[in-house]
Design a protein around this ligand. Structure first.
Ligand code: NOJ
Length: 510
């Protein structure tokens, strides 16, 4: 069996509101993405995942879907989508869309019907429970704010469940009609030719039918990071069968937001559930070598027996890792984790520019979850409009956008964007980095180091050393430096020195 494409691929997430506009507006759109595909080819990524662009009231900026099978006019229309997909394929890029199966918008026709009366045929498409207006059915907490995951519907005098905003009622996957409807959504996009789905909160879709209270030691944590039931696995197997019934290795990349790698691993099933699952514990790990070695070991121990790992440090829900780690040097060195560890990396648009989160003054905060900073628009140029045709986009520009923008970085071979590009190219040329086994090297202290062995057994291995410490380190290894986070000494024999907050990728001496 040849290795499926998504094991070798580098994925790139686009948040469409913030990527690029084709029509001089403060928000991005699908033709804007199409016009900037050159940048993705320049960088060398293989696959794009686009966050939701479906019809939506935008209460959760598109993760509240009112029609899964249409494009919101904010982003264009279905023809724009088809053109974008064709353009991606013509350039050798795969395209994943975001499937949001756990909930819909409260404005979705399904929910409007469900809410209209207790006797409506769609009543049971959502999760309704009896009770009194003062006592929710259980103690589950919604995401974003410490409020109950239940909203009382005055008109029909029942509660409905929402793991996220009240405007995002949870679908009832125990109802086979819901399963069939969501499979219909999947077919709609697969028939159009998408290469797969990133699946939003996929661990949330099945609910324990008893809806048991959150146990005392976990009270206060949102149900969205706790929900973990056998029912979900059955539903994912159904999605997998559907995806596998299409040709072309369509991929399911699930968001499993459980902060245990051991639990995340179970969502690969026995090779019959997700092809890939996000594993967020590393994203929540600080710049600390011992903690990182532990994450790498945990990933190998739990994920590898079940499936292929993924690595992600930034996305539209978290403070960018450039901001979390506190310096560009660290962001540069972190790139070696993403692109050097065994698994599929998922980059978040703008991280290749070393973007920091924007500072968002209180009057410009728009996200109920407080995630605006990492969603700042991508600065394409150093001009006052940064290539958007408007000086004020929907969110403030990220810091230093006058210098830190695509145009300036592409022109500067020492930029972090060029570092990403070099690492991606070196990875693409190396079976060891793409598919080879991985062995952690015990260099101790502030060093995280590992070896990737050539699957051909020809000894064409690679070694990565990341120094997370504030002091330069000496390493007893010899070989050739292929890529260095500070750009020093590339193509030359390794001197054994790794600077503070720096990383090197070596071809080790035989
Ligand atoms: C996870 C998404 O990444 C996030 O942006 C969204 O708010 C929630 N799921 C709800 O859909």
């Amino acid at each position: 069996m040849p290795e499926p494409w998504w094991r070798r691929a580098v994925f790139y997430q686009i948040y469409p509101r913030s990527f690029a506009t084709s029509r001089n507006r403060p928000t991005g759109d699908l033709p804007g993405i199409e016009q900037h595909l050159d940048h993705l080819n320049w960088l060398g990524v293989d696959a794009v995942w686009i966050s939701p662009f479906y019809r939506s009231p935008q209460a959760d900026f598109g993760y509240d879907v009112a029609d899964h099978c249409d494009v919101d006019p904010l982003f264009g229309d279905l023809e724009d989508f088809d053109r974008l997909l064709a353009a991606c394929h013509a350039r050798g890029l795969r395209l994943l869309v975001d499937l949001v199966p756990n909930h819909t918008s409260d404005q979705h026709p399904w929910f409007l019907a469900s809410r209209s009366s207790r006797d409506d045929p769609k009543r049971d498409w959502y999760i309704w429970r009896d009770g009194t207006p003062d006592t929710p059915p259980n103690n589950w907490v919604a995401a974003f704010a410490p409020v109950p995951a239940w909203t009382w519907d005055e008109a029909t005098e029942q509660w409905y469940l929402h793991l996220f905003l009240p405007q995002q009622p949870d679908l009832n996957w125990a109802n086979p009609e819901v399963v069939e409807a969501m499979h219909g959504v999947m077919r709609f996009w697969l028939d159009r030719g998408v290469d797969g789905f990133r699946i939003d909160v996929v661990h949330g879709i099945g609910k324990d039918p008893d809806l048991p209270d959150t146990p005392p030691e976990l009270v206060g944590l949102p149900q969205a990071v706790l929900n973990d039931t056998p029912q979900t696995h059955e539903h994912i197997r159904g999605m997998r069968r559907l995806a596998d019934s299409y040709d072309g290795d369509r991929v399911l990349l699930g968001e499993v937001y459980l902060l245990s790698t051991e639990r995340v691993a179970t969502y690969y099933g026995d090779g019959d559930e997700l092809h890939l699952a996000f594993n967020f514990p590393p994203l929540h790990t600080p710049w600390d070598a011992a903690r990182w070695r532990q994450q790498i070991e945990d990933t190998a121990r739990h994920i590898e027996p079940r499936g292929w790992p993924t690595w992600v440090l930034s996305n539209h829900d978290h403070v960018r890792h450039r901001s979390r780690y506190g310096s560009e040097a660290r962001a540069r060195a972190a790139t070696f984790l993403l692109l050097g560890l065994r698994g599929t990396p998922v980059l978040y648009a703008g991280e290749e520019l070393g973007l920091e989160d924007a500072e968002v003054p209180p009057e410009r905060v728009v996200d109920p979850g407080g995630r605006d900073g990492c969603r700042a628009p991508i600065p394409w140029t150093g001009a006052p409009d940064h290539g958007w045709g408007v000086t004020d986009a929907w969110l403030p520009w990220p810091p230093d956008a006058d210098e830190r923008n695509v145009e300036a970085q592409v022109a500067d071979p020492s930029s972090i964007a060029h570092l990403y590009r070099r690492l991606i190219a070196v990875r693409k040329a190396s079976p060891a980095l793409q598919l080879g086994d991985q062995e952690l090297l015990d260099l101790g202290g502030d060093l995280v180091a590992w070896r990737r062995t050539s699957p051909a057994g020809d000894g064409d291995d690679r070694v990565v050393v990341v120094n997370m410490g504030a002091e330069a380190a000496r390493v007893d290894l010899s070989g050739t430096v292929l890529v260095a986070s500070d750009g020093e000494g590339e193509g030359e024999p390794f001197t054994g020195k790794v600077g503070p907050d720096s990383a090197v990728l070596l071809r080790p001496a035989p």
